[in-house]
Design a protein around this ligand. Structure first.
Ligand code: 5AD
Length: 357
């Protein structure tokens, strides 16, 4: 029965809410294996054994928001705050380019110090030095005009997780100043402007039910983002959710597999969060259909300050200096890290099966 639902998702790329709930609630190791075999095959049909890498530059941990789950929320007085200058950011790109990165992701808290002019100046700086690279922004909710101005300045992609598609659950995770409605509005603007857009959510956030997860999947099914970031919720000791249980790698991987069947050519990262709760979580995510890794390119001195959750891996494999070990760990599971912008290609771009041997 569950296998039939997975076959249906593979064939039609869509299911009803009840079908998603059923797939989530009735999952077991055998169903997971069945799902991952399919999600892996689809991923290979579109991207072969390639793994795209993005250099993540966490350029500010100041944030005006106060999300209950996040370690860099405004109310956390125990975080030591930092901002990177344009020059520091360009230094990260220089090192990143040398290491083979062709996408730079500028991620930060919602920090008004970086107004439109400052952001545009940084985008133009990167684009003029590295015209062959993609710039991805991940700086939260801004106006249509700002998004448009960054796009016109050369930004290619934008990551803005919807966090949860259930309005009541959204309220449970965020202070009253934030709403699902404005989140979705921003995502619609970004798509309309022409960005490759990334959305996504945490698995196992406090109060999340399978019904809520099904709503998240339905939202993705309808919005059809180019990228989807999915990671487990991990409690941070200085947040209101300090005592809440975290999400599991098992359910996170299962959701990753479902998303691959729903959006066959989506860019799907094996997230840092899944690598944090399971030492081989990212390898498992790749084998469940993920095709992107986002190692940290931030300067060493600030890495332990961008703590969204406890124990976030910040030295070792995820550090960009260690691209070598990332390359090796991917090789060990049969995949190949490539030097490529790794753009979204759409469903028509399916890699041809070897036909003329
Ligand atoms: N656990 C897991 N992920 C988190 N994020 C923020 N805080 C946490 C946490 N405690 C995620 C959010 C955000 C992204 C940058 O990091 O989904 O969009």
């Amino acid at each position: 029965m569950m296998k039939r639902l997975i076959d249906k998702l593979e064939k039609y790329h869509q299911l009803t809410k009840d079908e998603y709930i059923s797939l989530i609630e009735n999952r077991n190791p055998e169903i997971s294996r069945y799902l991952f075999e399919k999600s892996r095959n689809i991923r290979e049909l579109h991207y072969g054994k390639k793994v795209f890498i993005r250099g993540l530059i966490e350029f500010t941990n100041y944030c005006k928001n106060d999300c209950y789950y996040c370690g860099i929320r405004r109310s956390n007085k125990n975080t030591s705050r930092y901002r990177l200058t344009k020059e520091q950011i360009l230094d990260c790109c220089k090192e990143g380019y040398r290491l083979g990165f062709r996408t730079f992701v500028l991620q930060g808290g919602e920090d008004s110090h970086y107004n439109d002019q400052v952001i545009i100046d940084i985008i133009k700086g990167i684009k003029s030095l590295y015209p062959d690279c993609a710039v991805t922004l991940s700086i939260g909710e801004r106006s249509y005009e700002s998004y448009k101005a960054y796009y016109d300045a050369g930004a290619d992609r934008y990551l803005l997780r919807h966090e949860t598609a259930d309005p009541i659950h959204y309220k449970r995770l965020h202070p009253p100043s934030l709403s699902l409605e404005s989140r979705k509005q921003c995502l619609n603007y970004l798509k309309e402007i022409g960005y490759q857009v990334g959305s996504g959510f945490m698995v196992g956030s406090p109060g999340q039910t399978s019904e809520i997860l099904a709503e998240d999947l339905l939202y993705l099914q309808e919005f059809r983002p180019h990228m989807v970031g999915i990671g487990p919720f991990i409690p941070h000791h200085d947040t209101p959710f300090f005592a809440e249980p975290g999400g599991t790698a098992e359910l996170t991987l299962y959701i990753v597999g479902l998303v691959r069947l729903m959006l066959p050519s989506v860019l799907l990262p094996a997230t840092t969060a899944i690598g944090t709760i399971d030492p081989v979580g990212r390898e498992k995510a790749i084998l469940a259909g993920a095709n992107v890794l986002m190692p940290n390119l931030s300067p060493r001195e600030v890495r332990d300050k961008y703590m969204l959750y406890d124990n976030k891996i910040s030295t070792g494999d995820e550090a960009a200096e260690c691209t070598h070990s990332i390359i090796e760990s991917m090789k060990l599971i049969g995949y190949q890290v490539v030097i490529d912008r790794g753009d979204f290609k759409g469903d028509e771009n399916i890699i041809q099966e070897v036909s003329n041997v």
